[in-house]
Write a protein that binds this ligand. Structure first.
Ligand code: GLA
Length: 387
């Protein structure tokens, strides 16, 4: 029997949109493939290299096929896919459930089976599928079912990444459509407000993520520092602080989102690499059981739960991932009571704590754990039960 593993855990990779938008080319993709391998990203788990919108001409050819823009991709998509594969990476592309993509290129509406076959022929391993220009009378749910069926029957394993921005109560129907992940929010921007808003909007949706259908909170802005072709995504004035990028990565990792890098990894600094390649956080994100993270309130209990909270994720081996987050403007001392994670004091159980950012053992704690967390920063622990 065929082993079903595609989409078991959230996808890890790189996507062209956040930094480069329309300004993509064969050269950029090949250089990024090189950097994914040479700079340790592939080894850390980032295997998908995904070209987003703006790769095709504005018209299909006479047979109705999508045509790669010859100025950007002079050797066609098969050549790009071959290069990406030669590096040990997987290749991703982008299309749309509507008549056009969000940037106005042809979408796959009424061409689903033809396009899926074309993607398979080019050697595509991942398809991001957007929601712009959906004919008003069409049911969006049906369009994702169509493309899912087309991909599952195109002769190649293609990971299906839905992108309808959380519209039409997507979490209610996306799992049965066959998609491996679904975008649940509006597009991310490289600023702290955007990161906070996305995280807070998904905290209560923890039941709607898991193996084979992960809640995609959008591509990462870690390491962009405001640098994007789009002034709406970046702002050219520095983006976020490193602490905020670290919290962003921790939230996405703990909440089970795919981790798709959005910065220019050809020129990333050491801090960016250390964040994106944090193997302890990646292990939490890639835990085989892919459980959602639940929120517990921190002490003191007068803190607004949107300002300071703890996320807990149960891991396959019995450990707990515990994240202490401070969204407020001041340093806070945050206390987690073990009772709130299912550990009564009378059990005598303690937790042996490992700090996933400092990469060190902190010792064994009973009943509670407290830490000073600066504004915008976080502490992520991997806790082992000691009974
Ligand atoms: C939408 C998506 C983005 C990106 C753009 C491309 O806005 O949500 O992630 O793919 O389209 O045009």
């Amino acid at each position: 029997m065929k082993q079903i593993s595609l989409g078991n855990t959230p996808a890890l990779g790189w996507n062209s949109w956040n930094t480069f938008t329309w300004d993509i080319s064969e050269k950029l993709i090949m250089e990024t493939a090189d950097a994914l391998v040479a700079n340790g990203y592939l080894e850390a788990g980032y295997e998908y290299l995904v070209i987003d919108d703006c790769w095709s001409l504005k018209e299909r050819d006479e047979q109705g096929n999508l045509v790669p823009d010859p100025k950007k991709f002079p050797h066609g998509m098969k050549a790009v896919a071959d290069y990406v594969h030669s590096k040990g990476l997987k290749f991703g592309m982008y299309s749309c459930a509507g008549t056009h993509t969000c940037a106005g290129h042809p979408g796959s509406f009424e061409h689903e089976f033809q396009d899926a076959k074309q993607f398979a022929e080019w050697g595509v391993d991942y398809l991001k599928y957007d929601y712009c220009f959906k004919p008003r009378y069409m049911n969006g749910e049906l369009l994702y079912k169509r493309m899912s069926l087309a991909l599952k029957n195109c002769g190649r394993d293609i990971l299906f990444s839905a992108c309808n921005w959380g519209e039409d109560n997507v979490h209610d129907w996306i799992r049965e459509s066959g998609c491996h992940s679904y975008r649940s929010t509006v597009d991310i921007q490289d600023n702290w407000d955007s990161i906070r808003n996305i995280a807070l909007s998904q905290i209560d949706k923890k039941a709607f993520t898991g193996n084979y259908c992960h809640n995609d909170m959008d591509m990462l802005v870690v390491g962009m520092y405001g640098g994007s072709n789009s002034d709406w995504i970046g702002n050219k004035i520095g983006g976020c602080t490193d602490e905020q990028y670290k919290s962003h990565f921790s939230l996405w990792a703990m909440m089970g989102s795919p981790l798709m890098i959005g910065c220019d990894i050809r020129n990333a600094n050491q801090v960016t690499k250390d964040i994106l390649q944090n193997k302890d956080l990646i292990a939490i994100n890639q835990d085989p059981e892919a459980r959602g993270a639940y929120r517990i309130k921190v002490e003191p209990n007068w803190f607004n739960e949107k300002d300071a909270f703890v996320l807990v994720k149960a891991l396959e081996n019995g450990d707990l991932a515990i994240g202490l987050f401070n969204f407020s403007d001041n340093t806070r001392e945050l206390t987690v009571q073990f009772w709130d994670m299912g550990i009564p004091a009378a059990s005598g159980a303690a937790l042996s704590m490992y700090d996933c950012w400092e990469h060190k053992e902190l010792g064994v704690f009973k009943e509670r754990f407290a830490a000073h967390v600066p504004s915008g920063d976080c502490v992520v622990l991997r806790a082992k039960l000691v009974i």
